[in-house]
Structures are given as C-alpha cells and as structure tokens.
Design a protein around this ligand. Sequence first.
Ligand code: PRX
Length: 688
Amino acid sequence: MSQETPSSAAIAAPAESGGTEADAAAVRASSDQPARQGDAFENLLHEDRRFPPSEEFAANAVVTEADYAEADADRPAFWSRQARELLTWDQDFTQALDWSTPPFAKWFVGGKVNAAYNALDRHVENGLGDRVAIHFEGEPGDTRTYTYAQLTDEVKKAANAFESLGVAKGDRVAVYLPMIPEAVITLLACARIGAVHSVVFGGFSADALRSRIEDAEAKLVVTADGTYRRGKPSALKPAVDDALSQEGSGAGHTVRNVIVVKRNGQGVDWHEGRDHWWEDTVGAASTQHTAVGHDAEHPLFILYTSGTTGKPKGILHTTGGYLTQTAYTHRAVFDLHPETDVYWCTADVGWVTGHSYVAYAPLINGATQVMYEGTPDSPHQGRWWEIIEKYKVSILYTAPTAIRTFMKWGKDIPAKYDLSSIRVLGSVGEPINPEAWMWYRDVIGGNRAPIVDTWWQTETGAQMIAPLPGVTATKPGSAQTPLPGIAVDVVDEQGESVPNGSGGYLVIREPWPAMLRGIWGDPQRFKETYWSRFENMYFAGDGAKKDDDGDIWLLGRVDDVMNISGHRLSTTEIESALVSHPAVAEAAVVGATDPTTGQAIVAFVILRGDAVDTGDAMVQELRNHVGQEIGPIAKPKTILIVPELPKTRSGKIMRRLLKDVAEGRDVGDATTLADNTVMQQIAASLKK
Ligand code: PRX
C-alpha cells in the first residue's frame, strides 16, 4: 500500500507539461468530459465573461474596497478592528498576534470572550430577542422556529444539563446528530461552558465514530435516535451503542453519558445510567446560566478530517480568532444585511462549513437562517426551491455537486418556484466549473445575483479566497481574490511566487485569525503536514493558477486527498479499509473525474491467493465492508478486481496510471514500471 509522494511533477508547470494532476483537475473544473490533457486551463483563461456588481448592489454593500487597503497597510490592526467591532469581549486583548513561535499562532492575546454569549445573549440584550434565529424545516415537513430569545434559553438549558452531567471547561463532547436545531444548540452550549465539541458526521460508521471518540477522549456523546432520509426513518443511536461497546474498542473509552434527542421515534436500545433523553435532561434544566469569557486561545472545537495517511487528523480551532474571521467573512462575502436577509447554508453540521457558516457566524452576526434536515429530492426534486420561496431566502450557500445535480434534473423544476428573493449565491467545497457557475447564475440567481465562489478548508476555519460581491467583477469558475487580511499566493517548486498566467501550489504566507492551532495530540504531524513543504508558508495541498489578471483558479488537490461531492476523503484511508477485509491482499484507490460529484472513488483490488472471486457478490461485499469501516460516503463507486497493480521499482503504486484507466483514457507513460506488462494485464482483466 505504498504510494507516490504528493508528486512534484504533478504541478511543476501545468501549462506546458500536460497530463498532470493539476491539469486533470482543471479539466474537471472546466468540462464534464473525461480529462483531456493540457488545453483545459487555456479554455478557462479565454473566458472573457465578467459580471461586475450592479450600481445598486455596490452602493448598498456592507463592505467596500477600502478593506483591502486597510488590511494591506496593517494586517493585525485590521483584524483587531474586526475583532472589536464584531464581537463583545469580556476582557479586551492586549496583543493582536503573537507569532513568536511559528507555526503556533496566538491571536488576540489576553482577550476573553464567550462564543455563545456573542451568538445569543447579547442580541437579546440589544433588543433583538424576537428576531428569528432559525427557521427549521424537517424532512417530513415539520417545522420549528426559534427566535434569538428562545434559542438563548435552549442553549442555557443545554449548558446547565451538560454541567450537571459533569462536563467542565476543557472536556470534550462528541456530537453525532442530524441537521436539527439541537445540533446548533449543543455546539453553542459546549462553547458556552468552554467544553470542546467534536462533531462526527452522521454518515460515518460506528468504527469511525469510535476512533474519533477515543482520540479526543470524549466524556459525553450527544446523539439522536435517528433522522429521516428520503422519507424514511434512518437510525443513528445504534452506531453510538456500537462505538461504545467494549467489543472492538482498543484502549477503551472515556464516555460517561450519552444524551439522546428523540427525533424519528424509532425504538432504541437503552443503557441505564449512561443514556439520557434530551427532553428529560435538557428539557428539565434551568434557563438561568451566566456565560463567562474564555481565553481567546481557549479550544473551541476539534473536527476530524482526512489527510494523506489512514488516520484522520483532529483539526483544532480556538475561540477569538475563529469567531472574528468567520463573522467578518460571513458579513463581507455574503454582503449580509441581518435586518432583512434570510440566509441558508445547506451544509451539514458534520463538516466545517456547517460549523463556521451555520452554527457560529450567522448567529454571531444576528442573522436569520434556514436549516433543513433532509435531501434535495425528498419528497420531490423541487424541495429546495420550495423552501427558498417559503422563507424568502436571500442568500444561498451550497456546493457545486448540488448545482450539477440540479442541472441534471433540469431547469423546469426551479422554474416552478418564485426565487426572486435571492440576492447572493455562494459556492464552496470543490472547484465549480464555468458551466455550473453560469447555470447557477442564470437559473437560480435570475442573472442578477452575484456568485461568490469561496475557497477554504477545515484547517483555515473560515473563507480565504472569494470575491466581494459589491466590489469584484466575478468570473465564472474562479474564486479570484484573497480576502482582505489574507495573504494567499501561488508558488513554484522552490516556493517562489509564480507570475500571472502560471500555475503552482497554493500557499498562505501570513498567519490568519481562524487558522488551525494544531492537530489534536500531534504537534509534530501539524508541522510536517502543513509547514514543512515550503519554508515559513502554510501549504494547503491544492494546486492553483493565477490568470493574466492575477485572479486565482483552484485546480484541485495535489496530494492523496479526494473530493467527492465536496466531501473530503483520503485514498489511503479507503485502501486501509479494503485491505482489512480478509479476501484482499492489496488495494489502490484513486479519485476519478465524475461529471456530478467532481470525483468518484475507484478502487483497484488484488485478492488473496486463497480468496474466491465471486464477481459482483465480492464487489458488493467489499463496498459494504468500506461502508462499515468508514461510512456509506466512502463506499467506492467502482471496484475493479485486478491481477496486479502498477508499481515503480521502489514499490510505489503509480496512481496516475490507474487514474488513466479509471477515467477511460489511454494509459500515459509507463516506462518507470517495474513490470511493464502490468497495465496490459489490468486491461485484459477489465475486458473480461
Ligand atoms: O481542495 C480544496 C477544496 O476542498 C478542500 C478542503 O476540504 P474541507 O476541509 O473538507 O473543506 C471544505 C469546505 C470549506 C480544499 O483543500 N475546496 C474547498 N473550497 C473550494 C475548493 N476547491 C475549489 N474551489 C473552492 N471554492
């Protein structure tokens, strides 16, 4: 299971070399065709379409061009102003940035701030208690509305309940919940008492949940009996029971209590003494709870994300800087007018977008938001547009995969609904191809609403590259400009900034407020992963290109991280899952271009000598096995059973060649293979 290192050749000179990872990603971003080589980015560059903001939009924009100059003049001073204007501090900070021990940054040193107070209580104190914070729409059609006053009470109750179960400042709380208001309430209740939440996406399996609970040494788990998926109940609690069972657990876990939200009413197994219904514990708790300020650098949350090894990384975020940058970007990039806008981010709370732009920033900014539990096609393919019409959503933030899916379903579906409330459209999670961008603009935005393509990562905590909708003339397919106060660059192999018109590696040159503060329990891995490739720069793992105007185009990952429907998965993690099956000797996984999901998982598997190849049955078994090890989202779309894998003389698997096969291309240069008949053997076995 050895692998090519994040290949340097992959990006050295995308323009002339052709057939590189970055080019492939550029093709992916520019067309639904299987990757052709070389010319893709040129096509993008020759796009001359520009969409400047209307005069009216620009005149009413909350943030103007002046922010760029102010931030350029003095970055820490710019962020200090934002921190003081956007947040209410219990104790002011004395130093904007301490960068004396890179790569460990401290922002707003000496400051004390409470995230939940800033998201809730202060709005109520300021007379906004009756403003709607959350319009919740359940998949079956049930709805709930929380005003700021009501949400504040719920969070205070949850904070009291968690404390009564012995959760204290610094303790970790694992959260395994669907998209229901209790998810936001749980996160804010943790933040209120200084407990550190670690959300695990509901699409991850019991095994994945167990390893995350153990790594973070969580004391409490908050979950639900289940949720609804496409009109049917779907369970969550059994995975928690399984994760906490002794069987299969390594060192054992530290969980003392489990709180269970009753959501779909399905029966659950009950562990007396450990399990508590939300309605009994939180429901019965007092609404009296005083928030105290936590240190600006107090840990706010851990969120596990896939890296290039089999073990997910617990990305650690702290309080003051994270809140400042998420709030600033939410206001600036979406041109938020909290008195009148209705904002809807479709991301699940299990991903970073659901943390920064559902649980925190909108509430810090006093916005009204929509939260939806289900899938876009339940009970019909117009569900999202129906929700937009119903709540008069003015800002929509979603992922390109969703947009491409709607394109497939056809524009007649959104055409049935009144989408005239939409003012700003956001995109996140993966490169958006110009065709999808144009469709989004025309069909959803009425050729009127600006699109903001936002590039960022779990690690960056908040948006880093995006247009400002009242300032930037947008270009279909490009995230364009680093935000004010953010120092992004594209560099070559040596770390030198590339000129306009060239490609390279995306880096961040200066610390930013919402930056990750480390990997939970592994400072060495933090340094090696992000700070060792280039001196004094954060390496994002993405390829990028500057066009002739200096605008940035994201070209996809240059490492072994895949992006499936905007969800991040590691090739190595899925390979590990496959080889843990008794029938598998070796496995190699690649992300192949997919017209809808951006990339799709394709696995090449060699069976053990004593295993019987049962064809489709074996493939199905292996897919299910991956589902069990990691979660349904990690199941390969295609599994190909092959006699051999292409390896170099030093034993590294040449994924590039497998990608060619997976994408139906002629196989590229195979001269470095130890055995150059391997590709023919694979081709022959696939024909069979
Ligand atoms: O490759 C980039 C891609 O998603 C990766 C980060 O994934 P994750 O940590 O799960 O966060 C996703 C939501 C912020 C990046 O390294 N990515 C994210 N946004 C974009 C993007 N690629 C191109 N364009 C984007 N707007």
